[in-house]
Design a protein around this ligand. Structure first.
Ligand SMILES: Nc1ncnc2c1ncn2[C@@H]1O[C@H](COP(=O)(O)OP(=O)(O)OP(=O)(O)O)[C@@H](O)[C@H]1O
Ligand SMILES: Nc1ncnc2c1ncn2[C@@H]1O[C@H](COP(=O)(O)OP(=O)(O)OP(=O)(O)O)[C@@H](O)[C@H]1O
Ligand SMILES: [Mg+2]
Ligand SMILES: [Mg+2]
Lengths: 259, 259
């Protein structure tokens, strides 16, 4: 079956959505059948790939809460091999309803047990900027977790809590959850904090910090307006975001020992 | 009594904490006795002004949930006239415990009824990157709400939900809640998206968009490592962040018709 990867960091605005979107696209362009799952009620990933769902449209909320088959909501995207499982308006009530559900922490993993998901090679999950039941579901469903960290001081503070949460999930729910690594984002060598943060993280986490970094790039800020991946928006093999995410996909596959 | 302002936007990483920190400092430097309240369990504001609280130290959680007097937790800062009401570890359980509390939406407003708060001129509240009971408490306790929006595409998408939430709070809990305005942050004229976002917001919200913008400035990313405000970190009247937040304080006072 597919390799399930959660992209998580409760600090806001570190590049989680941008990573799921463009890493997903890079893997799809290499021929990996890739599913990207939007678990954030802000539905930013859904907006980047499609736009807002019509009001009342089924989405990941119904899949997690009502056990709707995930195949009901899968959407093709303008990138071959890249499929979206969208978030929608009903996600606003997901957290509170999930709190009372039986098997509330395994709901997503159970949803992924659908046989149709065997068609995928890789599943990437985008998480909201807080540690919640939805995030726990994502960690329980995942084999690995990748943590984007933007090159600034505040995002480093939250890593301790995130690691504590991962430890708890491992101890109580999912011993096989692995840390795939840390990804430096918004990397800007013009400013000193970038190398400071890089040094701190490589010192603390060693080889778990990806060699590939995602450089600061204004096009990431604009591409969502066009519902485009960075590959479509830059439309050039030499685009900075294009290069970064091609290298990121390559390094990810190496770390996973995938061809 | 003091003027209560909630700084809110559920999109992550738009500059909420940076705004509370440095707007608070700018008002304090002008002689306004200013209280900044950290309502985010990430406790970034607390870290910017002080550092992490010792484990088990009372914080806003005990004030909101257990009705501990807010005076128990007030901390002076290295800026005259600037006082911090910190967040701490116990905030992780605040949301879930608050859900069952009687008068759960007015808990913060009740905490602010403490006579000692009459000593302050302005109270700024920093919110977490999601719309929750804690954020509702902040909106119920506030007279005005200020919404930072970074000059990128995705942060604009969430404004609709934020405004819907504000409408609901007004309709059901607090009719006098006013929108103080929208603040453009991470403003960078070198990239096209900045003026695009500015035009969209000024078109949509008109004069409610502050004239003052907070420019992109790497020093904001570093200052928290030193537990300094931008005024301390730049240590120069001509510093970009210093100028921006002096102008921001000035415009805020004009909009509030305060001297
Ligand atoms: N490398 C980059 N260079 C410049 N801007 C970037 C980069 N990566 C992401 N951005 C922009 O920064 C903002 C935050 O990124 P993004 O929304 O992906 O973060 P997030 O962690 O998913 O945020 P949230 O916590 O709200 O879910 C977005 O406007 C995005 O377009
Ligand atoms: N004008 C600016 N220029 C450059 N960087 C900035 C600016 N304002 C804030 N930052 C940096 O951007 C990051 C996000 O800002 P901040 O943490 O204040 O946002 P937030 O909305 O409070 O985030 P969260 O949603 O996680 O609470 C921080 O690392 C901060 O130092
Ligand atoms: Mg996101
Ligand atoms: Mg913050």
């Amino acid at each position: 079956g597919p390799c399930y990867i959660a992209i998580a960091n409760q600090k806001g605005g570190v590049g989680k959505t941008t990573t799921v979107l463009n890493l997903g696209a890079a893997l799809a362009l290499r021929g990996y059948r890739t599913l990207v799952v939007d678990l954030d009620l802000q539905a930013n990933l859904t907006h980047c790939l499609h736009g807002l769902l019509p009001e009342g449209a089924p989405n990941m909320c119904e899949v997690i809460l009502d056990e709707a088959p995930i195949t009901d909501i899968l959407m093709p995207t303008s990138t071959d091999n890249l499929v979206l499982a969208p978030a929608g308006e009903s996600m606003a009530n997901l957290e509170i309803n999930l709190a009372a559900a039986i098997g509330r922490e395994q709901a997503l993993r159970n949803a992924f047990a659908h046989p149709a998901l065997q068609e995928f090679d890789i599943v990437l999950m985008d998480n909201p900027p807080y540690l919640s039941l939805v995030t726990i579901n994502s960690l329980v469903a995942a084999e690995h977790v990748l943590m984007p960290v933007s090159c600034e001081y505040l995002p480093m503070l939250g890593l301790k809590w995130l690691l504590k949460t991962i430890e708890r999930v491992r101890a109580r729910l999912h011993p096989d959850l692995g840390i795939l690594g840390y990804l430096l984002t918004m990397y800007d060598l013009r400013i000193g904090i970038t190398t400071e943060v890089e040094e701190i993280l490589r010192e603390q986490f060693g080889a778990a910090v990806f060699t590939t970094v995602v450089r600061i790039n204004a096009r990431h800020k604009s591409a969502p307006a066009e519902h485009q991946t960075i590959f479509q928006y830059e439309h050039s093999a030499r685009g900075r975001g294009t290069e970064d995410h091609i290298l990121l996909a390559q390094e990810l596959l190496q770390r996973l020992h995938l061809p």
